[in-house]
Design a protein around this ligand. Structure first.
Ligand SMILES: C[S@@+](CC[C@H](N)C(=O)[O-])C[C@H]1O[C@@H](n2cnc3c(N)ncnc32)[C@H](O)[C@@H]1O
Length: 257
């Protein structure tokens, strides 16, 4: 997958792209990332990319001309058609499903805003999608773009190097992940649940599945409406809620009888 990024601060990307999974994915050629400095498409000697807002108001806005010129030039650099994404707090929240959709595109072109954002005509006539990193205003679109790049890369086959299973990660099938432990089996008096030390794989699987249900119900009940649960699982979850409605500790499964 090819990802082009338009930014006023390409230097922000250096650290994150140079470490761990992203670095390995780049080295393996699973993703190809090109950073473009938006000022290269400014036309005056000061390389101006922002201007005052019509109607007044604080702060500056990114001008349309450099953005349109940059996007059109960058699109032409590569034959694969690009999905052009504006990072903005007003966009669709970045979720597992949004990342999966974007991972299916051959090429992404990410636009990172700065200042008070971009001229509305960019939103209306230049971009295909608007994506938000969450209900918070950040100083620029670079960190949201890195989140998107990271999320999408994890979904590219081979990027996790066979070490990580996506299937049970949080948000897969609409559920959070189960609690996990590593050695030591007892730490400061806190013991790992017995079932995980039992060696009984069927029991471990059953415990983990139920923990996913309990934990999702306790922390993100909004996810359950679209989660992939059998009717037995939904009924079982109801019995758990009846015994411990609101204070359900996601690591404590109630006995069925
Ligand atoms: C200071 S913000 C502008 C916010 C804008 N005035 C508003 O209220 O919607 C500058 C830029 O940072 C990026 N940005 C800030 N918060 C973001 C978020 N939660 N998700 C995605 N991009 C964000 C956008 O590219 C935005 O154009």
């Amino acid at each position: 997958m090819r990802i082009d990024v338009l930014t006023l601060f390409p230097g922000i990307f250096a650290g994150p792209l140079d470490e761990s999974i992203l670095r390995r994915a780049l080295e393996a050629g699973l993703i190809d990332i090109a950073l473009h400095d938006l000022r290269d498409w400014a036309t005056d000697k000061h390389r101006t990319v922002d201007d005052y807002t019509f109607g007044g108001g604080p702060g500056m806005l990114m001008k349309p001309e450099p953005l349109f010129a940059a996007v059109e030039a960058v699109r032409a650099l590569h034959e694969a058609p690009a999905v052009t994404v504006l990072l903005t707090p007003q966009g669709q929240p970045l979720t597992r499903d949004v990342a999966a959709e974007l991972a299916g595109a051959p090429r992404l072109l990410l636009i990172c805003g700065r200042y008070e954002g971009v001229d509305e005509r960019v939103r209306e006539h230049l971009v295909d999608r608007e994506v938000s990193a969450g209900d918070i205003v950040l100083s620029g679109g670079e960190l949201p773009a890195l989140m998107l790049i990271d999320a999408v890369t994890r979904l590219v086959p081979g990027a996790l190097g066979g070490r990580g299973s996506l299937d049970e990660e949080s948000f897969e099938h609409g559920l959070l992940e189960y609690p996990q432990y590593t050695r030591p089996a007892e730490f400061r008096g806190w013991a790992v649940p017995d079932v995980l030390l039992s060696g009984n794989h069927a029991e471990i699987e059953r415990w983990r599945r139920r923990q996913r249900l309990l934990r999702t119900r306790a922390r993100r009940p909004d996810l359950l409406a679209n989660a992939h649960l059998t009717s037995e699982e939904r009924a079982w979850l109801e019995t758990q809620l009846e015994t411990q409605p609101d204070t359900l500790d996601a690591t404590e499964e109630r006995p069925l009888d």
